[in-house]
Design a protein around this ligand. Structure first.
Ligand code: BTN
Length: 267
């Protein structure tokens, strides 16, 4: 199935691999699920799944990603990096850089990255990334990079769809005060992803860690760290380690690595 948006995207796409095989659906449960299936059947690197709407959009930590049709971008990209499964967090960082750069190109002056997978504008979330992988022994057989961007959602629609979370969310159009061309935005995003994936493969992961840190808005933030099964605690965000995990300094001065969990900014 195609759509005017996808026809325009195909015309604008300047990538060599990312999105050259593209599957479009008006509605799916989750683009990550669809691409995960295709990957298991041998789909090639760079294969993309886009849906106009998702009925079961997935977020991090088992949360739901609000995915109404007609406004936003729900996209999954297949990568087959020759990397250890433990390095998959690196791909989330890489995708955050790509989304950040794409937002800048679209006219957002000061986007920010919040560890591990949020892109924000003035502390409100505009995009989230869900990286899922198929491990085979120590290696990642493939990685599905799922990216959701609130592109043209109006304030009224956010309020209706997101309830109490709407005040922590925003959209690109809300910040620019105009509608954004979803096809152009998607073409720019795929080009950025290809560029940063190339940089990781040629210059190594240290380059991604460095570039991510430059764009990260969280250094020295006071944060509350909530990890399942443990009491939450306050700490100060310090940086990321070589695997992309957040390092926080606790009240007693000890540095702790946060591998998964919720990190909310206090000040
Ligand atoms: C998060 O912030 O918790 C991650 C959200 C990721 C949402 C995207 S939308 C496209 C892809 N398909 C999904 O079901 N999830 C990701």
């Amino acid at each position: 199935m195609s759509s005017p948006m996808i026809r325009k995207l195909n015309a604008l796409l300047k990538t060599e691999r990312m999105g050259k095989v593209l599957h479009y659906f008006e509605e799916v449960d989750s683009t990550n699920n669809v691409l995960f299936d295709l990957a298991g059947k041998g789909a090639s690197e760079g294969t993309v799944v886009i849906a106009d709407a998702q009925t079961g959009g997935k977020g991090r930590l088992g949360r739901k990603w609000v995915s109404p049709g007609g406004h936003n971008l729900y996209i999954s990209v297949l990568l087959r990096p020759d990397r250890a499964a433990s390095e998959s967090a690196l791909l989330t960082l890489l995708a955050s850089i790509a989304v950040y750069e794409c937002l800048k190109k679209t006219g957002i002056q000061a986007p920010s990255i919040k560890w591990p997978n949020d892109i924000t504008i003035e502390r409100r979330k505009v995009s989230g990334i869900l990286t899922e992988m198929e491990p085979v022994g120590e290696r990642a057989e493939f990685i599905v990079l799922g990216i959701g961007v609130n592109v043209n959602m109006s304030r009224a629609l956010m309020n209706r769809e997101m309830g109490e979370f709407a005040r922590q969310a925003t959209s690109v159009s809300e910040n620019l005060g105009r509608e954004v061309d979803r096809a152009k935005f998607t073409a720019d995003l795929l080009l950025e992803l290809e560029k940063w994936y190339g940089i990781m493969n040629s210059r190594g992961k240290s380059e991604i860690l460095k570039e991510w840190t430059k764009r990260w808005g969280g250094k020295n933030d006071r944060v509350r760290v909530s990890i399942e099964g443990r009491e939450s605690y306050e700490a100060v965000a310090e940086g990321i380690d070589t695997e992309g995990f957040l390092e926080v300094r606790k009240e007693d001065g000890e540095i702790e690595r946060v591998i998964s969990g919720d990190v909310t900014i206090i000040s």
